[in-house]
Structures are given as structure tokens and as C-alpha cells.
Design a protein around this ligand. Structure first.
Ligand SMILES: Cc1cc2nc3c(=O)[nH]c(=O)nc-3n(C[C@H](O)[C@H](O)[C@H](O)COP(=O)(O)O)c2cc1C
Length: 137
């Protein structure tokens, strides 16, 4: 059977976003998709326009900064030479992990969601914001 592909890319400093990404991959497998899951910086960004569906899971570190393993990927998305339709074939979802006690709450996921839209990609769901302060953690 030709299973639909699902790419899950994470940016994680201390492992939580990676765990969430791996959980999404397991769920995808259960739904008979063909998931691949890796850190954003381990993915060849030049292939992004060939991906039908990508779920991004991005944590926040420092004072609203990107985790170490998504910095290169994020920088490459900011290139001024990218045309506004660079990712027009991409459908995506972004889920952020943060803590609302910080002033720059969930900044990397907010910026990533906005930049993907700027590059012509389509969001299948609104930005999801995970909060350490939530009563369920
Ligand atoms: C040193 C440190 C700095 C953090 N800074 C922020 C921040 O500026 N904004 C925010 O929303 N969350 C912040 N957080 C919360 C983390 O994003 C949150 O705990 C997340 O689940 C961590 O995911 P990770 O384990 O994949 O790195 C910070 C956490 C730590 C430990």
C-alpha cells in the first residue's frame, strides 16, 4: 500500500518538543501514514517544497530564542532571496512549546508560523501553543 507521507520536524533544547514530535509520528503510523521525524537542522531544507504535509514542533529557550537544533533551518527560511511563493505547495501545522511566565512566550513557533505563511504555505490548523503553566503541564 502506498501510505501518504507525513514529515515531522522539531526544534528542541531539553527533549520535550522531540518527545511530542515522536508521539505525533507514532499517532501518524497508527493512522496508516508514513511518518518521518527529525530535528529541523537534520533536514535538507531545499526539499521542503516537495513535502505535502509537515508538522513543526518548536520549543522556546533562552529569552524567546530558537532551540539549537532549529537555528540553521530557521536562518535559511529568513533568506531575503526567497520569493513569496517559495513554499506554495506546502501544507503545514505548527505546535509551540513554551511557558507563559516568560515575556517572549512561544516566540519561535509564532515567528515560524508567520514566516511559512509569508512564503505561501497553507496552515491546516491555527498555531498551537503549549504552555508549561497549564494546569495539566
Ligand atoms: C532556560 C529556559 C528558557 C526558556 N525560555 C522560554 C521563553 O523565553 N519563552 C517561552 O515561552 N518558554 C521558555 N521556556 C520554556 C520551554 O520552552 C518549555 O519548557 C519547553 O517545553 C521546553 O521544550 P524542550 O525540552 O523541547 O526544549 C524556557 C525554558 C528553559 C528551561
Amino acid at each position: 500500500m502506498n501510505r501518504p507521507s507525513l514529515l515531522i520536524l522539531y526544534g528542541s533544547e531539553t527533549g520535550c518538543a522531540q518527545e511530542v514530535a515522536e508521539r505525533i509520528a507514532r499517532e501518524g503510523r497508527r493512522l496508516l501514514l508514513k511518518p518521518r521525524c527529525m530535528a529541523m537542522d537534520d533536514y535538507d531544507r531545499s526539499r521542503l517544497d516537495q513535502e505535502p504535509l509537515v508538522v513543526f514542533v518548536a520549543a522556546t529557550t533562552g529569552q524567546g530564542q530558537e532551540p539549537g537544533n532549529m537555528k540553521k533551518f530557521w536562518k535559511s527560511l529568513l533568506r531575503k532571496s526567497l520569493p513569496p511563493n517559495a513554499l506554495s505547495t506546502l501544507t503545514f501545522a505548527v505546535f509551540g512549546l513554551g511557558d507563559s511566565s516568560y515575556p517572549k512566550y512561544n516566540f519561535p513557533s509564532k515567528k515560524l508560523h508567520k514566516r511559512l505563511l509569508q512564503l505561501g504555505a497553507s496552515a491546516i490548523v491555527p498555531l498551537g501553543e503549549g504552555d508549561d503553566q497549564h494546569y495539566l503541564g
